[in-house]
Design a protein around this ligand. Structure first.
Ligand SMILES: NC(=O)c1ccc[n+]([C@@H]2O[C@H](COP(=O)([O-])OP(=O)(O)OC[C@H]3O[C@@H](n4cnc5c(N)ncnc54)[C@H](OP(=O)(O)O)[C@@H]3O)[C@@H](O)[C@H]2O)c1
Length: 220
């Protein structure tokens, strides 16, 4: 699958900055918001490959969707948006924070199979891939950690094309992908995991998660 167009739902600190990196890498970016007029400065910062509109437009535009909203917003997505996400590769960055998201975050933290499984249940039919949830947005902008290594991005998903897409986007954004496994393996890099919000390199992530680097650097 050739990825040319990326729809971003949730154009905040993660979605906005990731869109800048991906626009500079040559992808066409469609940022979205419930208030698209607020995205003018972001579109300007991302340059000529970026534009903005509403959520429905971004979902229909993207070969791949980056979903980067607070967890509670996933529940609030309207039926039409949820229907439009069916069959789409959806790269989800969300993390559960009870102080921000309320009860749904408590539920997500109780999910034994982790956030990937939890989010997939909220968005039936979407081809969910977990990525970019471990990187603090200020570090995402830099792409390199304090040791001068590319920041590693753990990825998990059951959809092989979705995994490949996530690997491509991570690499083209200037970061280093680490494919951890199927969607339930995303629990290994959920909030509080040893690789969460550390800006660890791919090598360090492989070590901390006891992965074989040759098996994890590429999707099958
Ligand atoms: N901040 C970080 O460093 C970081 C790192 C990794 C992962 N994450 C996770 O990634 C997700 C996004 O984080 P963020 O820090 O980028 O958040 P953010 O800066 O608050 O941006 C989130 C965006 O989601 C949109 N949104 C909110 N409710 C929505 C709804 N009901 N429908 C559609 N869009 C909605 C908002 O856009 P409008 O109000 O314009 O519609 C907002 O711009 C969160 O789950 C967070 O936990 C954050």
């Amino acid at each position: 699958m050739k990825i040319e167009k990326i729809g971003i739902v949730g154009s905040g600190r993660i979605g906005g900055n990731l869109g800048i990196l991906l626009a500079k890498a040559g992808y066409e970016i469609f940022y979205s918001s419930r208030h698209p007029d607020t995205l003018k400065d972001l579109v300007k910062a991302a340059g000529p490959k970026a534009r903005a509109g509403n959520v429905a437009e971004a979902v229909s535009f993207g070969d791949v969707i980056v979903l980067s909203v607070p967890l509670m917003a996933l529940e609030e997505l309207d039926h039409k948006t949820k229907a439009a996400l069916k069959g789409k590769i959806v790269i989800d960055t969300s993390n559960p924070y009870p102080e921000r998201d309320g009860e749904i975050a408590e539920e997500a933290r109780r999910e034994p199979d982790g956030m990937g499984t939890f989010v997939a249940r909220l968005l039936p039919g979407a081809r969910i891939v977990r990525a970019f949830n471990t990187v603090y947005f200020e570090d995402l902008k830099k792409t390199i950690n304090k040791d001068g290594d590319k920041i590693g991005i753990p990825i998990a998903g059951d959809d092989q094309e979705g995994l490949k897409a996530a690997v491509e986007l991570v690499e083209r954004a200037g970061l280093d992908p680490v494919v951890v496994g199927g969607l339930s393996k995303s629990k290994l890099f959920d909030v509080g995991a040893p690789v969460y919000a550390t800006s660890a390199s791919a090598r360090e992530i492989n070590q901390k998660l006891n992965l074989r680097p040759e098996a994890s650097s590429r999707a099958a």
